[in-house]
Write a protein that binds this ligand. Structure first.
Ligand code: G3P
Length: 218
């Protein structure tokens, strides 16, 4: 399973990239707005920190403008994945951009039928938002299972299932059980995966015993 981080905060991305476990980054207009920084500057910086795909979202809603924005974003770096919404114009843009050889992340997916459309449009990634479905008492993880089951029926579908709107470590575990390709994870949730009280307690005990030996490894 690939781990992307869902943030536009370059400091946080740098820290996570240092772990060697980061495969990519997703941003969205809300995350960029949170930084208070220039969009192009932030995205270009992220693309230098991380080798894997960096999703940057278009703001236009009509096809011509969306395509022009997508092409401009794709020009920032080779690892850009242009993010387009799952609308008619978004999928038309997806088809045109993938035709240009540009990676496309189709976002705001809330149904398996939408995911089928995205795959047919040649999307590199489909981003179903599980947390936002759970928020309205629907089953986000069931959507991931449905999309993965459907995609496996059609070998010509090469779209990767990118689980988005993740809220907790449990979401990652369940998505991994299902076999989703990618999880895009908020930084705090990603860091929390490292933690277990038994690891901390066990390490403290080992270190205390090691000290008693009076030896050193180096
Ligand atoms: O970046 C897309 C998605 O992960 C947003 O998540 O928490 O705003 O629903 P959230």
């Amino acid at each position: 399973m690939k781990f992307f981080v869902d943030t536009a905060d370059v400091g946080e991305i740098r820290e996570l990239a240092d772990t060697g476990l980061l495969d990519g980054v997703t941003t969205n207009p809300s995350l960029v707005a949170k930084t208070g920084r220039d969009f192009f500057e932030v995205v270009a910086e992220i693309c230098q920190v991380v080798e894997g795909p960096v999703s940057a979202e278009v703001a236009a809603t009509e096809f011509d403008a969306m395509l022009a924005e997508g092409r401009k974003l794709a020009g920032i770096a080779d690892n850009i994945a242009v993010k387009v919404p799952l609308t008619r114009a978004g999928l038309k843009t997806c088809k045109a951009l993938t035709g240009d050889g540009v990676k496309v992340n189709v976002t705001l997916c809330f149904s398996a039928n939408q995911a089928i459309l995205a795959a047919k449009a040649g999307a590199t990634f489909i981003s179903p938002f599980i947390g936002r479905l759970d928020d309205i008492a629907m089953d986000g993880m069931q959507l991931i299972e449905d999309i993965c089951d459907i995609y496996v029926n059609y070998p010509s579908f090469t779209t990767e299932v990118l689980v988005a709107s993740i809220r907790s470590p449990k979401d990652i575990l369940e998505a991994a059980r299902i076999g989703a390709d990618v999880a895009t994870i908020p930084p705090n949730v990603l860091w929390s995966l490292f933690n277990h009280p038994l690891t901390d307690n066990g390490l403290a005990a080992f270190l205390a015993d090691w000290e008693k030996t009076g030896q050193s490894i180096l």
